[in-house]
Design a protein around this ligand. Sequence first.
Ligand SMILES: [Fe+2]
Length: 202
Amino acid sequence: MTYKEIAARELKPGLLQLDGISRTSVEAHYRLYQGYVSKRNEILGKLASVELAAANQVYSDLRALKVDLTFAIGGIKNHELYFEHLGGSGGDPTGAVGRLIQRDFGSTEAWRADLKATGIAGRGWAWTAYDWDERRLFNYIGDAQNTFPVWNATPLVALDVYEHAYFLDYQTDRGAYIDAFFANLDWNVVNGWVDAYRIPTD
Ligand SMILES: [Fe+2]
């Protein structure tokens, strides 16, 4: 099995000047993301020479590496979404994503209330994603980097609710952090994804 090493994406300078999420918090958070990237590379390196004949469902190197690979890759993808779509001025969603949210949740307020509640109920993540089979948005819940995404859905908003995302700034007040998250969303970035993935809006 061959693989290519990947490098961590650079942190956008604007991420160090968020409204209500401190520079110290973002810098520490970015270091965690760098850790996911290096572990992904390390795991794929080890998988390149793993002994296939020793595969075993109770314990085997193959099993351990492949299970933890999903955690590392989830950590990469989740955080690349998270960092990329922060740095904006929040407010109501505009453009295509605004129309999708209006259509599938009834109103911006209903979407925001549902995502916030999903983030309070989750232990790691809440995502607004477009399900290509159901052809609609839904707010999914996650307990870790690798739980519980569903197949054939494209995440458009990724709300990190791990304590590392907010404890420094808000201690245990996750709700206040979620409000700050909404206030820093960049809807232009999200609309860029809707466009790039050709998500139908009618
Ligand atoms: Fe995180």
